[in-house]
Write a protein that binds this ligand. Structure first.
Ligand SMILES: Cc1cc2nc3c(=O)[nH]c(=O)nc-3n(C[C@H](O)[C@H](O)[C@H](O)COP(=O)(O)O)c2cc1C
Length: 342
């Protein structure tokens, strides 16, 4: 059974393979999602460039968007062949582009079509097919309406529901859609009560691991987006407290691993900034954090990273920054696997 206890949300222009590799250095257990990838890109675009990932990134899910059952099934098959552990269908994107393309949140207007798409995807792959959806559309969402969608999609073979616990207002900007419609986590708790055999992951507005742990008493999983991008170390205690892995990397340790990664990537022709841009928040709120950010943004090179590393090493010093083994007996403190904690 796949483990959805804690995951990082799919975010366009954020959760590319470099940022995912960074997050993986902070937490071994957390589940990662790609940026939303339109099916036609997978079918006709530069597939290797779109889909390739570092093996360390797993467990990793590919998020697809589209509206045609056969194209999405084929894209899912290709994703599975690349080694993804899960294929997710985007039913939450409210952007104008998505509406014009007939994918994302607007698909919720046509649940029959969504069921047809999901059935085709489920039949095409062996890995789990999940959905990421909102509570409903245009602020007219009702709990029975939501439960009806879940029931229909479950009949199509979906077992994992990631619910961004607010509705989508198609007339609002994408950004406003992440803030304006009110969050209703209690609806996701209720779904778990009504469909105990399905896996429910709550998403939206979770800022800390403490808050995630509180939700985990009521649902199978929690997905964090912006909070992780703003400070990847929001997940610093995740391995110990959620997964019982007994491991905690320091910021400096992660920065050094990213340096090695950047060198490897440079040999493959990756521009340093493609990696460095995701590292700007690595020392957020720490001594030297602002200078770190400035040096990386201005220099955009391996040399700039070395300079920034020297700076934070001086500021922070070595003490207390080595990898910590964590206290004994911590595995017992970790949460039970998904589905058993509710
Ligand atoms: C920059 C950005 C890009 C996003 N791109 C996607 C995406 O590709 N697919 C998706 O399902 N949601 C996307 N989202 C929404 C997030 O996955 C998530 O549902 C939302 O940010 C709420 O979670 P949070 O409050 O933890 O950030 C994006 C959000 C942000 C901020």
């Amino acid at each position: 059974m796949s483990d959805h206890r804690l995951s990082v949300a799919p975010m366009v222009d954020r959760t590319d393979r470099h940022f995912r590799y960074l997050v993986r250095q902070v937490s071994r257990g957390v589940r990662l999602y790609t940026e939303m990838t339109v099916d036609q890109g997978v079918l006709r675009g530069r597939r290797e460039r779109l889909l390739a990932f570092h093996p360390e990134e797993r467990p990793l899910a590919l998020q697809l968007a589209g509206s045609d059952p056969q194209s999405l099934a084929e894209a899912a098959r290709i994703g599975e062949a690349f080694g993804y552990d899960e294929v997710n269908l985007n039913l939450g994107c409210p952007s104008e582009k998505a509406q014009e393309g007939g994918y994302g949140a607007c698909l919720l207007l046509d649940p029959l079509r969504v069921a047809e798409i999901l059935k085709a995807m489920v039949e095409a792959v062996r890995v789990p097919v999940s959905v990421k959806m909102r509570l409903g559309l245009e602020g007219q969402e009702t709990y029975p309406g939501l439960a009806g969608l879940v029931e229909r999609f479950a009949q199509a073979g979906v077992g994992v529901f990631i619910v961004h616990a607010r509705s989508a207002l198609l007339s609002l900007s994408t950004q406003a859609n992440r803030e304006v419609p009110p969050l209703r986590p209690e609806w996701v708790y209720r779904l778990k009560g009504d469909f105990p055999q399905l896996t429910f992951v709550l998403n939206g507005g979770v800022r800390t691991l403490e808050a995630a742990l509180a939700h985990l008493r009521r649902v199978d999983g929690v997905m964090l987006g912006r909070a992780v991008y703003e400070d990847p170390f929001v997940l610093a205690e995740a391995d110990r407290r959620v997964f019982g892995l007994g491991r905690k990397a320091s910021r400096l340790e992660v920065a050094r691993r990213m340096r090695a990664y950047l060198e490897e990537e440079a040999l493959r022709g990756t521009p340093p900034w493609a990696v460095l841009r995701h590292m700007l928040n690595l020392f957020r709120g720490q001594p030297g954090g602002r200078a770190w950010r400035r040096l990386l943004s201005e220099g955009r090179s391996l040399e700039a990273l070395d300079q920034a590393l020297r700076l934070v090493e001086e500021k922070i010093g070595q003490e207390g920054q080595q990898e910590e083994p964590g206290p004994k007996g911590q595995a017992e403190a970790a949460l039970p696997p998904a589905g058993q904690g509710v």
